[in-house]
Design a protein around this ligand. Structure first.
Ligand code: NAI
Ligand code: SOE
Length: 396
């Protein structure tokens, strides 16, 4: 019988559902030495929580996440709340000796991220682990790309192009926490460039040393307030939208220098009309190139020298669904493609594995890695503000 790993979750909406599914599925598909037990879910809305707990299999629910720290049953606390609400629960749970898995970006601000990194480093001395849900590392095609770079199939990496383009941020989208700097830290940048920066660091194994230049735009400065707050009876009797100020970037682009000497470009947008979740990277090395597009997430494109030279050289599409590919052997027969939710299940399984002494399929990001990504995000914001290059060495 596998030992239990007793989990609590904070947050019950988008990521709350993705993570509940992941903890619930991991032991069904993976041979784990510890079996996740869905103990408690915490969030704000008591009306929605009971039904959520029932639906996803959580034994208990609470509207006060602080009670989780004193709950001796719990081994791991999973944080899926807005960005400004990562630091306080993460630090409290680490202090209480619970492993913590926190959503990205690590925090809303660099200062918070630093305190989280330091708390995780102290906890690590007592055997307590930290993880950040950079789940795209766990797309099998991305993990295969990592393996190929590790085998030096590309040679020295000269250029990286990374983009994360969405289009849901138009003027009718309500002013949720995602559009408020005090709650989110930044807009498309912290939300989407966070994934890109993590993936570029992960795939290349290099650090970003300098932001050569960055620029941002906020196209929509006023938005309707969410829910009932957004409606009020106008004198004519017709409901009229109440509005509030959006103070984050809608798009932010930057160019950076890599420690291996190459260049990387980053593009994050919520207003890229026609792009829904267009998340992609291309790596160009002196010998070969790799390309990944999330909207075709079961494929990896590879360009390598052909045995007969340029006569048969060209891009090759690898369908990453063979049993030999990362995690695939645990899922379905070959050729049966995976989706978004599998990245979270793969990550939950790797976290549980790591907590029982197993090496993860590819490295798991911890708070130290999350902090390094946050430094890059902060450096790009400083570059936008100062309209000049920013060296990472000056951002701590
Ligand atoms: P959401 O707005 O859908 O859900 C936020 C949840 O936090 C809600 O359940 C809300 O009740 C809860 N919450 C807010 N304040 C609270 C409080 N004081 N106490 C307890 N619960 C509270 O947000 P979403 O999209 O789930 O995002 C959450 C986090 O996940 C963010 O950090 C976001 O950046 C990240 N995220 C990561 C994704 C990924 O691909 N890894 C995808 C989407 C979001
Ligand atoms: C919204 O832009 C969002 O849900 C991000 O918060 C996630 O991190 C990204 O993976 C998908 O889009």
């Amino acid at each position: 019988m596998a030992q239990p790993l007793r989990v609590a979750l904070i947050g019950q909406q988008f990521m709350g559902r993705a993570h509940s599914n992941a903890w619930g599925q991991a032991a069904r598909f993976f041979e784990l030495r510890r079996a996740p037990v869905l103990e408690t879910v915490a969030a704000r809305d008591p009306r929605a929580l009971a039904a959520f707990a029932r639906r996803w299999g959580w034994a208990r629910w609470t509207t006060d996440w602080r009670t989780l720290a004193a709950d001796e049953r719990l081994d791991l606390v999973d944080i899926a709340t807005p960005n400004h609400l990562h630091a306080a629960p993460a630090i409290a749970m680490l202090r209480a000796g619970k492993h913590v898995a926190c959503e990205k970006p690590l925090a809303a601000t660099l200062a918070e991220a630093r305190t989280m990194r330091d708390a995780a480093a102290r906890a690590a001395r007592r055997g307590v682990r930290s993880f950040v849900w950079f789940n795209y590392r766990r797309c099998p095609a991305v993990a295969l790309a990592w393996q190929l770079v590790q085998q030096r199939r590309l040679g020295t990496i000269r250029q990286v192009r990374a983009r994360y383009l969405q289009s849901w941020g138009g003027p009718t989208t309500p002013l949720t926490w995602r559009f408020q700097k005090a709650l989110a830290g930044s807009g498309a940048h912290g939300d989407l460039n966070a994934h890109l920066v993590d993936l570029v660091r992960f795939l290349t194994g290099q650090e970003i040393e300098e932001i050569h230049g960055a620029a941002a735009r906020t196209f929509v400065t006023e938005r309707p307030l969410p829910g009932r707050r957004g409606l009020r009876g106008a004198s004519s009797g017709r409901a009229r939208a109440r509005r509030g100020r959006s103070d984050v970037d809608d798009c932010l682009l930057f160019v950076a220098g890599l420690s291996g000497g190459g260049l990387a470009s980053f593009e994050a947008s919520r207003v890229a009309t026609g792009h829904h979740n267009d998340h992609g990277l291309e790596l160009n090395g002196e010998r070969g190139s790799l390309r990944f597009d999330f909207e075709d997430m079961n494929a990896l494109w590879l360009h390598e020298p052909a045995p007969d030279g340029r006569r048969s050289e060209g891009w090759r599409r690898i369908l990453v669904t063979a049993a030999e590919h990362p995690w695939l052997g645990r899922w379905w027969p070959e050729g049966h493609v995976l989706g978004y939710e599998h990245t979270f299940v793969n990550m939950a399984a790797d976290i549980v594995g790591a907590l029982s002494g197993r090496k993860p399929v590819v490295p798991l990001p911890d708070f130290a890695a999350g902090y390094e990504t946050q430094r890059v995000l902060e450096a790009a914001l400083r570059s936008v503000k100062a309209r000049r290059a920013v060296k990472l060495g000056t951002v701590r």
